[in-house]
Design a protein around this ligand. Structure first.
Ligand SMILES: N[C@@H](CCC(=O)N[C@@H](CS)C(=O)NCC(=O)O)C(=O)O
Length: 251
């Protein structure tokens, strides 16, 4: 197998989920970091128009695995040695159910609540963050495109007062769910780390921004992010998120 390519955004919880899964399974990938907006022609071409979302894993130049959940399924088949599920059918089903629960509760709803805050409070921050490693021409281009990009993002992600309120409510529900589910063993399903834990911890990373994540948040942005997430500082669910990231997100 040639080194697979992981098309991704740097700062993104779904992308962190995909990166974490590859690292956990010991799969070395070549990262191809995209800029939001400019990613659309690339992702459309890769998926033959089916999707614009990242992450996308391309294996041997022709097998295209789009979406973090499909990447997790593919990894589980290819690298069963370090399992992220159970052989027991009932537990395996529960892993899938809990994974889907957190994807639905946190995935897009979290992003809407978080983007709404950042776009309102620090309108230039996102475009700056997504071009940190780019040359001056790209930085300037994104700076100029920023107002239009911000409007597009709101429309594309369906960011409205209602969906933002839903996002905050869902985050509370998800953190409560974490506490109920990990009470007996410290894990969400059964007695060891699975894709349910990986999914919940990566998607909930915005509640506490663990330093063990694979992306480094610049100091300027960290202050903004931590202001936003301070509402969950005392929720015990964030201590669980941090401890799972610190323990299992070692790569
Ligand atoms: N279900 C997908 C969702 C991925 C997703 O929402 N990715 C976002 C970044 S967090 C994205 O690429 N958005 C841009 C787009 O969809 O065009 C997965 O599990 O990977």
């Amino acid at each position: 197998m040639t080194t697979p390519v992981l098309y991704q955004f740097h700062f993104s919880h779904f992308n962190e989920r995909g990166r974490w899964a590859c690292d956990y399974k010991g799969l070395t990938v070549e990262p191809r970091v995209l800029i939001p907006g400019l990613h659309i022609p690339v992702t459309r071409k890769l998926t033959k128009g089916a999707s614009t979302s990242t992450p996308i894993l391309v294996v041997n130049d022709d097998e295209v695995i789009a979406g973090s959940d499909s990447i997790l399924h593919w990894l589980e088949k290819q690298f069963p040695e370090k399992p992220l599920t159970y052989e027991d059918p009932a537990l395996a089903t529960e892993v899938e159910e809990v994974t889907a629960l957190f994807e639905g509760l946190v995935g897009a709803p979290f992003r809407r609540a978080y983007f709404d805050y950042v776009l309102k409070t620090y309108p230039g921050l996102l475009t700056r963050m997504f071009t940190l490693d780019r040359g001056p021409a790209t930085k300037l281009g994104m700076r100029i495109a920023e107002p239009a990009m911000n409007l597009l993002l709101r429309a594309a992600d369906n960011i409205t007062p209602e969906t933002v309120a839903e996002g905050y409510a869902n985050m509370d529900t998800a953190l409560d769910e974490v506490m109920v589910r990990n009470a007996d063993t410290g894990y969400l399903v059964g007695d060891r780390f699975t894709k349910a834990d990986l999914t919940a911890a990566s998607l909930l990373c915005g509640t506490c921004w663990p330093r063990s994540l694979s992306f480094t948040i610049p100091d300027e942005a960290r202050t903004v992010f931590e202001d936003w997430s301070s509402r969950w500082a005392d929720h015990p669910g964030t201590a669980w998120v941090r401890s799972i990231c610190d323990r299992y997100r070692t790569a």
